[in-house]
Ligand binder design. Structure first.
Ligand SMILES: Nc1ncnc2c1ncn2[C@@H]1O[C@H](COP(=O)(O)OP(=O)(O)OP(=O)(O)O)[C@@H](O)[C@H]1O
Length: 239
């Protein structure tokens, strides 16, 4: 077994109830790979990521990241960066401060940190946006600012919930390139929710399919793409 095959993330018999919805997640996901998470609308993909980020806590079960039990850890204590659809940015802070908080929660930034932040803004195409407030941005610009924070934060696990959904095809391809670049540079574990089977084929090493609140398949991408016995998965891949 190589280092990359070791479990980056383990969910052991994790159960959660939200209103009338019951979720059950049990999986071992490899470290240092890109894991795509797909499934029908309302299946539980965002809930799965919220459990990993620490925005939701399981009713029962354990969550481990690189062997460390994080089940009871607050979001800031986990080795994760997140790029979600909403709630990515603090509304009362400008973009530079929002991204700076990704490096240090007390904003004690070195000159090199500041250079890295400016570089990240340039990379995501927001070079002159550092003093703008989140409310003055489009949805796609907010997502790119959140991605800039992930670029400087460099945690072992990067969680993305349809991060590029609000972007036009050109920008979407640019951001996917940045994501791959960060992944190659840091060897991080990427968990990305995607509704786009072409995107899954292009960037993922491993596929997770969630249906009706549970993981129905977690497998290396070649096995995932070859599975003929799951109608919901076949329908997703035909899209
Ligand atoms: N706090 C909550 N209280 C009650 N129900 C909830 C709560 N959060 C999520 N749900 C429900 O749980 C189900 C799964 O939601 P989730 O957002 O995880 O799905 P999803 O697979 O990400 O969907 P989509 O692809 O549409 O974004 C949905 O039916 C949702 O309405």
């Amino acid at each position: 077994m190589t280092a990359a095959d070791q479990a980056g993330i383990e969910m052991e018999d994790v159960r959660l109830k939200l209103g009338t919805h019951a979720f059950h997640f049990d999986c071992r996901l490899p470290a240092g790979r890109i894991v795509a998470v797909s499934g029908p609308s309302g299946a539980g993909k965002s809930t799965f990521l919220n459990l990993l980020a620490g925005f939701e806590r399981p009713d029962v079960g354990r969550i481990r990241m690189r062997g460390a039990d994080v089940t009871a850890a607050y979001p800031a204590e986990r080795p994760v960066s997140v790029v979600f659809q909403d709630n990515n940015l603090f509304a009362h802070l400008d973009l530079f401060t929002n991204v700076g908080l990704g490096i240090d929660s007390t904003l004690k930034l070195t000159a090199e940190d500041r250079r890295n932040i400016s570089e990240a803004f340039e990379k995501v195409g927001l070079a002159n946006f550092e003093r703008r407030m989140p409310a003055t941005l489009s949805g796609g610009e907010r997502q790119r600012a959140a991605f800039a924070r992930a670029l400087v934060r460099k945690r072992a696990v990067l969680l993305l919930d349809e991060p590029f959904a609000a972007l036009d095809p050109g920008l979407r391809a640019d951001m996917a390139e940045l994501l791959l670049g960060l992944h190659m540079e840091t060897g991080n574990t990427v968990i990305i929710v995607s509704h786009d089977p072409d995107e899954v084929r292009r960037i993922a090493d491993y596929g997770v399919f969630i249906d009706k609140g549970a993981i129905v398949l977690a497998a290396p991408l070649s096995d995932y793409l070859a599975r003929e016995d799951m109608p919901a998965l076949r329908q997703f891949l035909r899209r």
